[in-house]
Design a binder for this molecule. Sequence first.
Ligand code: NAP
Length: 532
Amino acid sequence: MTPAAVPIFVEEPTATVAAMQQAIAAGATLVELRCDRASQEITLACVRAALGLGTAGRRLHTIVTVRPLWEGGKCDAPEHDRVAMLLAALGAGADYVDIELGALRRGANVWPRFLQAREIGGGHQPKIIVSSHDFSDIPADIPAQLEALRHVPGADVLKLVWKARSVADAVTALDLMRRQTMTGGPPLLALAMGEFGQPSRLLGAAFGAPFTFATLPGTAGSAPGQPPLPELLSLYHWRGQDAHTQIFGVIGYPLGHSLSPLIHNAGLQQQAVNAVYVPVLVERGYENFSSAMDALRNTLPGRIGGLSITIPHKENALRYIQEHTGKVEPLAGRIGAVNTLLMEPNGAMEGLNSDLPGFLHALCAGMNIRPEELAGRTAAILGAGGAARAVAAALADQGAQVVVYNRTHEKADALARSLGGFRGTVTAAPWEALQGDAAKIFVNCTPLGMAPNIDTPPMPAFDFTPRSVVFDTVYNPLETRLLRDAHAAGAVTIPGLEMFVQQAAVQFERFTGRNAPAGLFRNRATAALEVK
Ligand code: NAP
């Protein structure tokens, strides 16, 4: 099983031992003792203390790192002393020591001394990591850097780290690790730092990484982008990843509040699917989307089964599929937005929009009717953005009479004009004309009422009656002010979470070919929103 190493900044032994115990309690079997600022005496005391730590049958392993200023660390000791400290750690029982490629270049006799110290090693067969870091950018000469690491004779682990500028840089890291496993040489840990590099940290075990780094909750990591250990182990199923693990994910920007990884991973794990679902941050703009997709498809062919697409890339996804001769479901094409991308091992793609069936399913379940029974019913949609477009198309496709009310009337008009030709009709009306008796079904597709502005409902509820159906696509809070007021007026109310759950269920079924555990999705999402 691939370990996850918890970095611990060593200052003195008592606090370090406490941190190591905390790491063990959180499930770690490996810690990185960052001794940049520690004396040799304290470093060795911590290494020896670690030898006595662990859980039943599983000793805690250690990496000792003393990163110099010139490689982005905090150690300002003379190079000779720094090297001596690492050599002493090898002899004292460290399982790994990390020495920079730059240090080997600076001193011709450094590497032979490490090999000699490893040989003596104290019987515990220590290993030497040879590393190279770039904290500011991705090196232009990655192949040359990797080649230089490979040429260090007898290195046990190679480590190449850089700052990611986009997800393509994370994909490069995964690909390098995969290729290295095929050489029969020492394993490579390639990491792309920062928010865009996340996939290289979350998916390493599926691409042959010897380990990765993860933080204890509430503590700082040793490099940007390290995930919290509990998240890595349980949410991203780190210990279950292998070379056959299929990859799913959500592309968007920002993604900090996305519930999709939470519920999709829960579903994959409950159904024992060997797959993991990760956030893939891609900055706004078609060029960014297109180059991220090219990198994912060309560099990791066959590994990615599908992607959820969220703001601001739903239109970009449609364009990308069209430009790459993929298939687009007719309704997704009509509304001009794709939120689900299915990817075949042969490179073929299909785009659909699960917001439509997700909305319809939630609405019909809430009204206790079949979708066909929507024909002829009146619906008022509040808002004319992406969600409104999907909702209007879903309703009109079933034959409903839809009126779109929007703050910016021209946008409502444009939306209505673009959705002609359905069984039902879509027209626009001024925002000010909206009243509680304007229709049978009301759907809020504006962010009004969303946290933190929870007391700003999109419309007053005084005209609602027990015959009204009020659907709020906003799902944070779970019960919005609009829904509370409508419920008090006796209306049927349907929360936005149901649409989110059902659209994710459609995605899950298309991704995996299995029935989606919608109840599990609902419970996990509800629990996450309740603590927010
Ligand atoms: P969008 O494309 O940005 O559209 C937002 C719409 O809301 C626009 O029509 C905008 O009017 C209107 N609006 C924004 N602020 C307003 C205000 N202060 N007063 C009146 N109108 C206002 O966003 P979207 O993607 O359609 O998403 C809208 C909401 O739907 C989101 O907040 C989200 O909560 C919800 N949603 C839920 C799900 C789900 O699964 N439950 C899925 C997607 C979306 P203008 O045209 O005048 O700017």
